[in-house]
Design a protein around this ligand. Structure first.
Ligand code: NAP
Length: 526
């Protein structure tokens, strides 16, 4: 039997009970390690984090905690090769794809460390200047934000075992809130190794960082008032967590990042052969293939002018045909595996559903897989689909195939394009490819209410833009509606989730004292 990974709870390493759940190499099918979160005393673990980790973190100012983040980034940087090795084995990703997760995590930590340093020795934040409550100004109202005093429980998805932890932990720890992470079982190894390295390095006080590997009953039951939950995963699980009695009873704050039918929109001005057209093709192919399309932000719907639908489909299919798929240990391979055979089954099921209303435009040939046995490996070729009538289509706007799949959807005019993008009923991101600033501005204002982020690619930024699917710490990550309604990142704004905002109505000298001891919040821009 393979090694059982320990959990870190109540300041000590603990084995879960039973044989545990095996984690596999999704390309070779070999068992790697096991995880078990069964039988853990979660109440004890959470209490330790609340009473030891939280106070120790909050005894420091923002700048001191930001120094801890910088040190965590250094520790992870020093162990980078080991993380790439785990990702290769357990996630089946190419080196470039692992970088999105691992280097993305280190970069995000470093960025929050830099922002946090600017907040100095303060231990709370002041939101704007006090305002008079009466005519003579002898009584005023101000707002302060103080660190929340519970734990931050992170329930994470399988696709970003590294970044998924640290993009949440950076603002939480900077805020002074202890973290308990429950990574997705399938890829928990990388998260566990990173937590183990940070704990061994002694960067954080005891109780500031805990991990429960594998499924553990009672994660939500053990929460108490003032605890926080940040969830990333499917809409179904998010709904179950939000509807939990404990969450409702204590009004536990839940941030949810869930499914999303993101789109790429090719402007009416972007004819085949134009720079904007070529940039759209490149980006769609990149989004479909990076991490085998297992990105919550990946492009699922490609909205193109009716007259150019055939040309767009053809160009994307031609570029997909050049992508080698298979074992990432082979250097010619550009797209590795899905995370597990379970994900492969889910992707096939999703493709079958889409196939009920969309036609297959390109799917390659499984026989072309490089160094991967289709009977064992969780590898799937990219699938490009198309529909003729985006209005009549339902599933295309509703079924998220969490893999290398996208559908080309034709539109009539600019209003129709924006309406189709909004059919995702709330998405994380849409990208717009055009050289027409008026169209772009109109599309942005028409689509923003249904999107957490709009990514505009004009020919002028073809080489410098950061990528449709790349989540940058400077920009908000999250989306309304079916995307979960959550908000992460976006600079120091992310600290808002981990603080309580409180109005203080008092004489001016009291408010002046509070403002003097605080770092300015003012919306929290980084
Ligand atoms: P999932 O089944 O909802 O799992 C997500 C996490 O929730 C895992 O850690 C899972 O643990 C845990 N979980 C499941 N049921 C639970 C319960 N009853 N109580 C407590 N925890 C529970 O999601 P998935 O299918 O693995 O993830 C893929 C989905 O995540 C996709 O739909 C994708 O769009 C979404 N996603 C969204 C974002 C974003 O930022 N918006 C990012 C990445 C992924 P186990 O692994 O142990 O089952």
């Amino acid at each position: 039997m393979t090694r059982l990974l320990d959990n870190h709870l109540a300041g000590r390493w603990q084995a879960g009970s039973g044989a545990g759940v095996p984690l596999f190499d999704p390309v070779l099918g070999t068992e790697l390690v096991r995880v078990s979160g069964a039988g853990l005393d979660l109440a004890e673990g959470y209490a330790f984090a609340r009473t030891r980790g939280g106070p120790a973190l909050r005894a420091l100012g923002y700048a001191e905690r930001s120094a801890q983040l910088a040190r965590i980034a250094e520790v992870l940087q020093g162990r980078r090769d080991a993380y790439y090795d785990i990702a290769l084995q357990n996630s089946g990703t190419t080196r470039n794809d692992s970088a999105v997760d691992i280097d993305g995590a280190i970069y995000t930590l470093g960025q929050y460390a830099r922002w946090g340093a600017k907040l100095g020795a303060a231990r709370w934040l002041a939101d704007g200047e006090p305002v008079k409550l009466g005519k003579d100004g002898s009584f005023q109202s101000g707002h302060i934000l103080v660190p929340q005093r519970g734990i931050a429980l992170f329930i994470n998805a399988f696709n970003f075992p590294a970044w998924g932890l640290w993009e949440k932990a950076a603002p939480a720890l900077l805020s002074g809130v202890p973290v308990v992470v429950k990574p997705a079982t399938a890829t928990a190894w990388l998260t566990q190794q990173m937590v183990a390295d940070v704990i061994e390095a002694g960067v954080l006080p005891p109780g500031a960082l805990s991990i429960v590997c594998g499924r553990s009953d009672g994660l939500i039951e053990a929460l108490e008032p003032f605890d926080l939950v940040s969830f990333t995963g499917s809409a179904d699980t998010a709904r179950a967590i939000c509807a939990h009695d404990n969450v409702l009873r204590y009004s536990i704050r839940v941030n949810a990042e869930t499914d999303s039918l993101n789109s790429a929109l090719l402007g009416p001005d972007a004819t085949p052969g134009s720079d904007a057209f070529s940039l759209m093709v490149k980006e769609v192919v990149r989004e479909m293939t990076v991490k085998s399309g297992q990105k919550c932000t990946a492009i699922r719907r490609v909205l193109v002018p009716q007259a150019h639908a055939a040309a767009a489909t053809e160009a994307i299919a031609a570029a997909l045909a050049a992508v080698k798929v298979g074992n990432p240990r082979n250097e010619s391979v550009r797209m590795g595996a899905l995370a597990s055979r379970a994900q492969l089954a889910a992707v096939r099921e999703g493709l079958a559903a889409l196939g009920r209303e969309a036609q297959l435009a390109w799917a390659g040939n499984e026989a072309d897989l490089v160094d991967a046995d289709p009977k064992v490996a969780a590898c799937v070729m990219p699938h490009l689909l198309k529909v003729d009538d985006g209005d009549a289509a339902k599933l295309v706007h509703d079924v998220e195939v969490f893999g290398p799949a996208a559908t080309v959807v034709p539109y009539r005019d600019a209003d129709h394009a924006c309406a189709l993008a909004r059919r995702g009923f709330g998405s994380l991101v849409a990208s717009v490819f055009s050289d027409d600033v008026d169209f772009i501005a109109r599309a942005a204002t028409e689509m923003a209410h249904a999107h957490g982020r709009l990514h505009v690619i004009t020919p002028a930024v073809g080489k410098t833009h950061t990528g449709h699917g790349n989540v940058m710490p400077m920009s908000l990550h999250g989306g309304p509606g079916r995307a979960g309604g959550g908000e992460e990142l976006g600079g120091l704004r992310a600290l808002g989730f981990y603080h309580q905002r409180s109005a203080v109505q008092a004489p001016p000298e009291v408010l002046a004292k509070l403002v003097e001891g605080a770092a300015p919040w003012q919306g929290g821009a980084g």
